[in-house]
Structure formats: C-alpha cells, structure tokens
Design a protein around this ligand. Structure first.
Ligand SMILES: NC(=O)c1ccc[n+]([C@@H]2O[C@H](COP(=O)([O-])OP(=O)(O)OC[C@H]3O[C@@H](n4cnc5c(N)ncnc54)[C@H](OP(=O)(O)O)[C@@H]3O)[C@@H](O)[C@H]2O)c1
Length: 241
C-alpha cells in the first residue's frame, strides 16, 4: 500500500512505540488519528508532528469511548486504511502476588481493546473493498510474550497469547474482504513499558524506530502480499552497544 494520503488509527500513540509509529506514518504523508488517555502527551506530539496528526482522547478498554473515537475518524476523514492496535501494558510479578486488578487491566487493554478497535475498523475497510478492491490493513502489536511463556509475566503472557489467536482468526476471516491482518511479536523495545511493568529492561533492546521501519515495510508490501506474522528480536540483548 502506498501510504500517501491514507488514513490511519494508532492506539497508544501518546508515547513509546505508538508515538514512533505515528511519526513514521506522518513522514509517509498519511493522516494519523492517535488514540490514548494522556491528552497532554498527544497534544505535545501534534505540536511536533503537525496537523496530519490528530489527537483523540480514548481509553481503549471502554466500548463507548472506542465507538466515539472511530465515529470521529469517520466524520472527519470518511475512510480508514490502517489500524495499528498498539495500546498495551504489562504488570509483572509472581502469579500468587498478582492482584485481580493487575490481571484485569492487562486483559482489558491488551485483548478487549484490540477486539473493540478491530470491530470498529472492519466494516469500514470491508465497504472500501467493495468500492475499490482494497480494504485496509490491521497491525496488532503482540510481543514475544505472545509466543513464549516466561516466569512472572503470566497475565501479560495470557493477554499476548490471546492477541495471537485473535489475530490469526481475524486474518483468515477478513482476507477475502481485502483486509490484511499482521501480528507483530517484538522482543524488548526501548520505551517506558518496563517502568509500568515494574521490571528491568534488557541491556540492548530494539529501538522504536527499528520496529516502526518493520511496520512500514509490512504496510507498504504489495496489495496481494500478506505478511501475517513477524517476530523481531534484538540480536545481542545482553550486550551494551
Ligand atoms: N517495550 C517493549 O519491550 C515491548 C515489547 C513487545 C511488545 N510491546 C508492546 O508494544 C505496545 C506499546 O508499548 P510501549 O513499549 O510503547 O509502552 P509505553 O511506552 O508504556 O506506551 C504504552 C502506550 O499504550 C497506551 N495505553 C495504555 N493503556 C491504554 C488504554 N487503556 N487506552 C489507550 N491507550 C492506552 C499509553 O497511553 P496512555 O497512558 O496515554 O493511555 C501509551 O501510549 C504494547 O502493546 C506492548 O505490550 C512492547
């Protein structure tokens, strides 16, 4: 897909990987609707990226807020070419220390949020396919934790394994509608994720720019080319560069 003048929604755009994905899309002349709860951070990003970036206050756990956000995109842009389900968090710790709130916030953000946003995007993309033969592209940011169980991250593992299953099912469900679904499984990325998770980051993580470059490659692949899964790892995770 040529990203010029496409309309994209990026969830969790206020910082980290979502902010970098938004920057990459604006650099390719896309119009980007960035969803997150921290409107101050979204506004600061708009000051940096310019009017092609549209801040949208949205908690992806909340059905009414997600519906309102996609209504805004529809009213203002009238189409949707790219959805990047990136909003997410980890809260790590031994299973017997993990409280219900920590379990629920990970499932609600990482799984329910992906479902709610995907449910809003698919009908618009399907209608575009009926008109033009090109539906759109949904990219889900899972994690290596969606492929491998690791001690002390059980709830995060459960949520990202769920994203894997959800992505594979929806990919098969909507491919004939001209909608591509890609699930990304990054290893450690240099963001504030680990502050939220309460864990140490790997010494030599991936950089958000490198992950965004991979997403750009996936989005720009030829129309009849479906990259359904991508695993990304730092080459030397424990070596200081
Ligand atoms: N960093 C890593 O090592 C790594 C590795 C693999 C996968 N990932 C995945 O990459 C994604 C992005 O994480 P990151 O590393 O960029 O972490 P980050 O810097 O902590 O950013 C997380 C983003 O998610 C948003 N978010 C959290 N809860 C939300 C909610 N309820 N509604 C809307 N937005 C919400 C945050 O915005 P607000 O707080 O403003 O709402 C923020 O923009 C996540 O899905 C994460 O699981 C990260």
């Amino acid at each position: 897909m040529d990203l010029t003048d496409t309309v994209a929604v990026v969830t969790g755009a206020s910082k980290g990987l979502g902010a970098q994905l938004s920057r990459m899309l604006v650099d390719q002349d896309a119009i980007v609707y960035g969803l997150a709860r921290s409107t101050d951070r979204l506004d600061a990003l708009q000051n940096h990226l310019g009017p092609a970036f549209h801040p949208v206050s949205c908690d992806v756990r909340k059905e009414d807020r997600v519906e309102a956000a996609f209504d805004t995109v529809d009213a203002e842009a009238g189409r949707l070419d790219v959805l990047i389900n990136n909003a997410g968090l980890g809260q790590f710790g031994p299973v017997d220390d993990l409280d219900t709130e920590a379990f629920d916030v990970q499932m609600d953000t990482n799984v329910r949020g992906v479902y709610l946003c995907t449910r809003e995007a698919v009908p618009t993309m399907r209608a575009q396919n009926d008109e033009t033969g090109v539906g759109g592209h949904i990219v889900n940011i899972a994690s290596i934790a969606g492929l491998l169980g690791t001690p002390n991250i059980s709830a995060y593992n459960a949520s990202k394994f769920a994203v894997r299953g959800f992505s594979e099912a929806v990919m098969k469900e909507v491919r004939e509608d001209g909608i591509r679904v890609t699930c990304l499984y990054p290893g450690s990325v240099d963001t504030s994720f680990f502050d939220v998770a309460g864990a140490e980051m790997t010494e030599n993580p991936l950089q958000p720019e490198d992950v965004a470059a991979t997403v750009q490659h996936v989005l720009e692949s030829p129309t009849n080319h479906l990259i359904s899964e991508v695993v990304l790892r730092p080459l030397r995770p424990h070596r200081e560069e």
